[in-house]
Design a protein around this ligand. Structure first.
Ligand code: CO8
Length: 211
């Protein structure tokens, strides 16, 4: 690949990431705005123009930043991996891997709501699934999830920080078992974090280069 092509791809990855981050802000603002109906209708018209403009040239699926061998080496050296940066429907996570433990911080926003005021269980499962799949990929295993057992132990309030952690507990042939948790902050100094959600994933290696 020519240097100029690589630069263009890097620029597209960066600019699209910023665009999608702004779209996420827009999604939250649209879903929660209490402006007058006529103002909302005017904004909808402006947004429809922008959506049509973006769709003038498009690709079949979202842009994707590949967790290739070079990226895996960077993560193993301490860099975080910006997961789902280019898909506004997914929850973005900056995944870190240290001493075999994956972790990420998250503040569930208004759009993550399931039961009133707390995070949707399917989204909790999705973020843990993603965290554990990335952890396996950082161990150079290109995997998909074939099973995910999730246990919901405490509600996750919206707007407050939580911590995701995950680790691999076993490998056998193509199969990897990994466990993860979503932790609520400690209620005070010296207190433990509370496990809000725990999950066990069965991941199976598939052929092909890591991505
Ligand atoms: C970069 C971040 C990405 C984030 C992605 C997040 C992760 C995801 O959500 S992945 C998407 C959801 N998952 C999928 O779409 C997977 C769908 N399943 C498949 O494609 C196939 O089942 C596949 C390719 C995994 C395995 O098929 P195949 O290659 O024929 O292998 P197969 O022999 O059936 O299974 C391999 C082993 O896994 C086991 N296995 C497969 N499926 C299951 C299952 N559902 N439950 C338990 N064990 C299973 C088999 O028993 C076998 O075990 P053993 O080696 O001991 O005999």
């Amino acid at each position: 690949m020519l240097d100029a092509d690589a630069e263009l791809i890097d620029e597209r990855i960066a600019v699209t990431g910023d665009l999608v981050a702004t779209v996420r802000e827009l999604m939250t603002a649209a879903a929660t705005s209490e402006l007058a109906p006529e103002e909302l209708e005017a904004i909808r018209g402006e947004l429809a123009v922008l959506a049509a403009r973006l769709a003038e040239r498009s690709r079949p699926t979202p842009l994707r930043q590949h967790l290739d061998l070079a990226a895996i080496d960077r993560v193993r050296a301490g860099a975080s991996w910006p997961l789902w940066r280019h898909n506004p429907l997914a929850i973005p996570l900056d995944v870190r891997v240290h001493d075999g433990v994956a972790s990420a911080d998250l503040v569930p926003g208004p759009l993550y709501e399931g039961p009133p005021g707390s995070m949707h269980g399917g989204l909790s499962a999705a973020v843990l699934d993603s965290l554990l799949a990335v952890l396996a990929q950082v161990q150079r295993r290109r995997v998909v999830t074939v099973g995910l057992q999730v246990s919901y132990r405490a509600a996750i309030p919206l707007g407050a920080p939580v911590r995701l952690v995950g680790r691999i507990v076993g490998t056998e042939g193509r199969k990897t078992t990994a466990v993860g948790e979503i932790l609520l902050p400690a209620s005070g100094p010296g207190q433990p974090e509370t496990v809000a959600v725990s999950a066990e994933a069965l991941l199976v290696e598939i052929p092909g280069a890591p991505d």
